[in-house]
Design a protein around this ligand. Structure first.
Ligand code: IPD
Ligand code: CA
Ligand code: CA
Ligand code: CA
Length: 263
């Protein structure tokens, strides 16, 4: 039996240490490279942060597996056992351009079930964290269960890309959603957007293509506050692949799915 409280404490210690290293890096010259295309950035700090977290996890929990965005972990082909899913810097473009609105994210799963989630917004010094069944917290404050709002009072995270013609989703279904809500936002960090839904700062987050490290931690937090999470087709999320992601307060999720997306 794993001791999830101890595991969460360790992960918290390491995420704070990694955050401090990132803050210190603001004084140094950053090395920025493009990965799959010129807008897909990676820096030395993405790589160093992932390597730092992996060294800590491997040393303390040698039996656990690690899936990290920058590829220094294992490459698990199933969710069997304990897997740490790590995004060393989520929002690298923000990190490079703005030095804010990025986060370190760790989701820990056992046999496919989310047990621990941590999202650390480094510059705001906000750590969102949850252990399954024990509630979700922002720093020391417990996040209340989410209460529904009508769609016309909802503020949702939705990137402009998805309300323009695109190859992933029929944008004509999302335009009416953008019109129906009170407002749309886009923060450029999927983990922060998930954390904001969990914290009630946003009522929903809709996006068309995320990898496991973008949503693993967020899903644990969201479950604790009673949010609903699925793909944009209302299907279960595949923890090992790319997915569209739709997380929201329950009523907002049902309304958008049934009245706007599923017809
Ligand atoms: C990205 C951010 C961004 C989302 C992208 C992700 P990265 O993660 O979360 O908000 O729209 O799909 O890839 O690459 O900065 O860790
Ligand atoms: Ca990236
Ligand atoms: Ca990411
Ligand atoms: Ca990243």
């Amino acid at each position: 039996m794993e001791n999830w409280t101890k595991i969460e404490q360790d992960a918290k210690t390491w995420i704070y240490e990694a955050g401090e290293k990132i803050r210190q890096s603001f004084q140094k010259v950053l090395s920025v490279q493009a990965k799959s295309n010129p807008d897909d950035l990676v820096t030395n700090m993405d790589k160093e942060t992932e390597q730092y977290l992996i060294s800590k996890i491997n040393h303390t929990y040698p039996d656990h597996k690690i899936l990290g965005e920058e590829g220094f972990g294992d490459k698990p082909d199933s969710m069997d056992g304990v897997i740490w899913i790590v995004d060393p810097i989520d929002g690298t473009m923000n990190f490079v351009h703005q030095q804010r609105n990025f986060a370190i994210s760790i989701g820990i799963y056992e046999n496919g079930v989310g047990q621990v989630g941590l999202i650390y917004d480094v510059v705001h010094d906000e750590l969102y964290h949850a252990v399954k069944g024990k509630g979700a917290y922002m720093n020391d404050a417990e996040l209340p269960k989410l209460e529904d709002v009508p769609l016309n009072e909802a503020v949702i995270a939705l990137n402009a890309t998805w309300v323009m013609e695109n190859k992933r989703f029929d944008h004509s279904k999302l335009v009416p959603v953008a019109k129906a809500v009170r407002g749309t936002r886009s923060y450029g960090s999927a983990t922060i957007e998930c954390a904001y839904v969990a914290a009630g700062r946003l009522d929903a987050y809709i996006t068309l293509r995320l990898a496991p490290w973008d949503f693993a931690a967020g899903l644990v937090l969201l479950e604790e506050v009673g949010a609903k999470a699925s793909t944009l087709d209302g299907k279960p999320i595949n923890m090992l692949g790319q997915n569209s992601i739709f997380v929201a307060k329950k009523g907002i999720h049902d309304t958008i799915l049934n009245e706007y997306l599923n017809n």
